[in-house]
Structure formats: C-alpha cells, structure tokens
Design a protein around this ligand. Structure first.
Ligand SMILES: C[S@@+](CC[C@H](N)C(=O)[O-])C[C@H]1O[C@@H](n2cnc3c(N)ncnc32)[C@H](O)[C@@H]1O
Length: 307
C-alpha cells in the first residue's frame, strides 16, 4: 500500500488507535491528513466498507499522501480545505456524520524542515509560515505592517514571550530602515534583544516569537474553535474523536470544549487527563515531546447545540 517511507513520524500511533477503536465499515474524518501516517494505520482497520476523508490546507502534503498510498484498502478522499470548514466538506460529500474524527494539530516535520516554508529559525528562508500557501498574509506581512503595540501583544499572547515589547520595538526600528524578509533576519533580532541572557535559556531566543507568528499567520486558535464548535454537525452518536495538540493554548481550548460537551451531556470523556507520549517515543521522535492527546465519545443526536 505504501510507496515511500514518510519522513514525518505519526505521533502517539498506539494511543490514537486505542482511543479511536476503528471498526470495519466506519467513516473517518482526518482533519489533518499530513503525510498520511495515521491514515495508513487506520485505513486497514475500517476495511471493508469504510471510507477515509482526509483534509489538509497544504497542497504539497495532499499530493504526497496521494502518491504514498497507492492502493488504499477503502475509498480515500483527499480534500484541500481548512478543518474549520469540515461541516461544509461533509455537506458537499453528502456525508451525514462520521464515526471517527482525528485532528493532529500543527505542522508536519517535513514542513518545518523545508526552509522555503519559513517555519524554522534554524534555517534561512523567506519569512512566510503559511501552512496553506494559497491564501492569507505571510509572517513577513505581519512583521512589517503590524503596529508596534499590537505586535508586542501578539508575541506575548501567542508566544508567552517576556521580552515581547523589546522584540517588537527592535522589529519596528529595523523595518523603518529595511523590511524584514527572512527567518534569519528575524531570528537575529530576537538574539540581539536577549543578548548574553540567551546563554542561560533552555530554548533559542526566537522560539517563542516564531511560535506566536505561526499561530497568528495560520489563525490556529480561530480554526480550532471553529472545528470544536462544529462537533455536533460532524459526529454521529457513538463517534470517537481524538485531538492531539502541541502547545498549551491549543490544549486549553480542547480541554475546555470537551469538558463543556461532557457537562452538557453531549459527550463522554475517554481520558480524564491528556495522554502523553511514552519516554520511548519522546526519545525516538523529538517532535512528539509536547504532544497532548484528548479523546471523547459523542453521545448526542446530531444537530443539537455543541458549543
Ligand atoms: C502534524 S501534521 C499531521 C500528520 C499526520 N497525522 C500524519 O500522520 O502524517 C498536521 C497537518 O495538518 C495540516 N493542517 C494544519 N492546520 C490545518 C487546518 N486548520 N486545516 C487543515 N489542515 C491543517 C498541516 O498542513 C499538516 O499537514
């Protein structure tokens, strides 16, 4: 079934399968198909009779997934759409609701490792950061056009960066002379603000600023809220949903929504605390380190209020 070895290692594969508990004939909505790593695990379990719908905002990952899975054991539909619009996608495909929903948030290793995407401060590239390169503002647009106070607030709110004001001031001083167009230029500004303090940090001085800009560029929290708000439309009764998040702002949104569903009697929480990767997985795949997995079983009849 697989043509190539994917360079992106699917996170917490055993836990994903255990919580979703796929059965033959079930319909899956994979909100973040990525390199089809989880898809290749799940598809054989829903055969025969199942259906796999995979969304991704990144056309390159969709193309990869299409090539990587050459003979899927169930029909596999790949759709270039944001998961915030998952309800519209199901309407267009005339799917009433799904049995399994997976959202493995954020970006694939292959995206961050590609300097052309501008997601990494460790490699020089255009300051882009869009996961969907067909729409929206780039990180360079934000950095070069956002008013200083707004930029500082954004870096603080989404990056929890204590030097957000100083970094934003430095950005504005620099852009008055010449625009900031590359990842290296921005990373150097962050290093300059930290100065010798950088040596005492566990993480690179640009880590938090880059995280903040990536969240803003891709409207990660807005899109996640839209997905959570659509659960009642997306899930059939008895459906299982798994969401894996990689930063505390995402995990908080998932935790609050899941608790709200449970207290409204719409869903049952399958894990009371988020599952974390094993030590073994953390060592083998450094990207898994910050993963938190939450899971629920939907109880309500579809169409009822969900947010
Ligand atoms: C962590 S990767 C998923 C990896 C996948 N589970 C696998 O095993 O190969 C996340 C993927 O979700 C996509 N993505 C991020 N935000 C999205 C959104 N709002 N809607 C659709 N896709 C999104 C990214 O482009 C990326 O390909």
């Amino acid at each position: 079934m697989v043509n190539e070895t994917p360079q992106h290692i699917p996170v917490m594969p055993d836990e994903v399968v255990a919580q979703l508990a796929p059965r033959p004939g079930e319909v899956v909505l994979d909100c973040t198909l990525g390199r089809a790593g989880h898809a290749q695990l799940i598809m054989p379990m829903i055969a025969p009779g199942g259906r796999y719908i995979g969304l991704d905002v990144d056309p390159a990952n969709l193309a990869y997934a299409r090539d990587a899975v050459d003979s899927p054991p169930v029909p596999m539909e790949l759709v270039h759409r944001n998961f915030a619009e998952a309800g519209d996608v199901l309407d267009e495909l005339e799917v009433d609701g799904v049995d399994l929903l997976l959202a493995d948030l954020g970006f694939a290793s292959t995206q961050v490792d590609d300097p052309g995407r501008g997601l990494s401060f460790l490699q020089d590239g255009p300051l882009d950061m869009r996961l969907d390169p067909t729409i929206g503002r780039t990180a360079a647009d934000l950095v070069n056009r956002t008013p200083q106070n707004e930029l500082a607030d954004l870096i603080y709110r989404y990056g929890d960066e204590r030097f957000s004001r100083a970094i934003s001031r430095k950005i504005v001083e620099r852009r008055r002379r010449t625009p900031i167009n590359t990842t290296s230029e921005l990373a150097e500004l962050c290093c300059a603000v930290y100065g010798p303090r950088a040596r005492r940090q566990r993480i690179h001085p640009a880590t938090r600023t880059f995280q903040a800009l990536r969240i803003a560029v891709n409207d990660e929290l807005g899109r996640l809220e839209a997905l959570l708000g659509a659960m009642g439309r997306l899930l059939k009764p008895d459906a299982r949903a798994v969401i894996i998040s990689f930063h505390s702002l995402e995990d908080r949104a998932v935790k609050q929504a899941f608790r709200r569903f449970a207290s409204d009697g719409l869903a049952e929480l399958l894990v009371s605390k988020p599952l974390r990767p094993s030590d073994e997985e953390r060592h083998a795949n450094s990207r898994s380190r910050s993963a938190r997995l939450r899971a629920l079983r939907w109880l309500a009849a579809r169409g009822r209020a969900s947010s």
